[in-house]
Design a protein around this ligand. Structure first.
Ligand SMILES: *Cc1c(COP(=O)(O)O)cnc(C)c1O
Length: 220
């Protein structure tokens, strides 16, 4: 079986220059994260605030922590001092809470709007209309301690490559069209799409951040 370092090297080798790897480390113990860290990977994605925070406290401080999971507003305060990018913003209320906690920490926190692109009913995310509502909200300029830095999406969990590609292509088109809302709060530069099963397709369709877990750490 290839090692974690070999898996990371293999994935990195296949990435375009404009696509960065976020190693998804949720449920993995700290010693496993350290193996990835020692292999040169310093961008980690977690889906639970408490778990991410205890890892943040235990591990080297030059790691970038990415929140990729569904968020409850009452957990935002724990990650506000250090989180690098929140991929999973799916309401204005959450954005407001992140702004409030970022302000307390004297920071500006970059956020992505999570867009619903899959056929499945179960995945979180905003519709195009809901995203536009946030981007054009009269209250957005008051949120001086957040920036909307792009979009995130998860494709359907299917072997139908054409369907997955079409979903990513649709998200990329939305990302490009949302550049019309560019202002002090909005700067569409990161497009977070692609996981172990579909990151190669996502990269071809213009992803700037791929979130890869099992292809690095195994699926147990
Ligand atoms: C777990 C997870 C991933 C990584 O999934 P793999 O299939 O293990 O690569 C990516 N994005 C999100 C939002 C996740 O929860």
């Amino acid at each position: 079986m290839p090692t974690i370092a070999e898996n990371i090297a293999q994935i990195e080798k296949g990435l375009k220059q404009e696509t960065c790897l976020v190693a998804v480390t949720k449920t993995k113990p700290e010693e496993v994260l350290l193996k990835a860290y020692n292999a040169g990977c310093k961008r980690f994605g977690e889906n639970k605030v408490q778990e991410m925070t205890s890892k943040y406290e235990a591990l080297p401080k030059d790691i970038e922590w990415h929140m990729i999971g569904h968020l409850q507003t009452n957990k935002v305060k724990y990650m506000a001092p250090y989180v690098a990018l929140v991929h999973s913003v799916d309401s204005f209320k959450l954005l407001k809470e992140i702004d409030k906690e970022a302000k307390k920490n004297n920071r500006v926190i970059d956020c992505l709007l999570q867009i619903f692109i899959a056929r499945e009913e179960t995945k979180f995310g905003l519709s195009e209309e809901e995203a536009v509502e946030i981007l054009t909200s009269a209250a957005l300029p008051e949120l001086q301690n957040i920036r909307i830095a792009g979009l995130m999406g998860m494709a359907s969990n299917t072997d139908d490559e054409q369907a997955v590609r079409a979903e990513f292509r649709g998200l990329k088109a939305l990302f490009e069209s949302f550049k019309q809302y560019q202002n002090e709060q909005v700067n569409m530069r990161e497009l977070s799409m692609g996981m172990s099963a579909d990151y190669a397709i996502a990269m071809e369709e213009g992803s700037t951040l791929v979130r890869v877990g099992s292809a690095i750490f195994g699926s147990r």
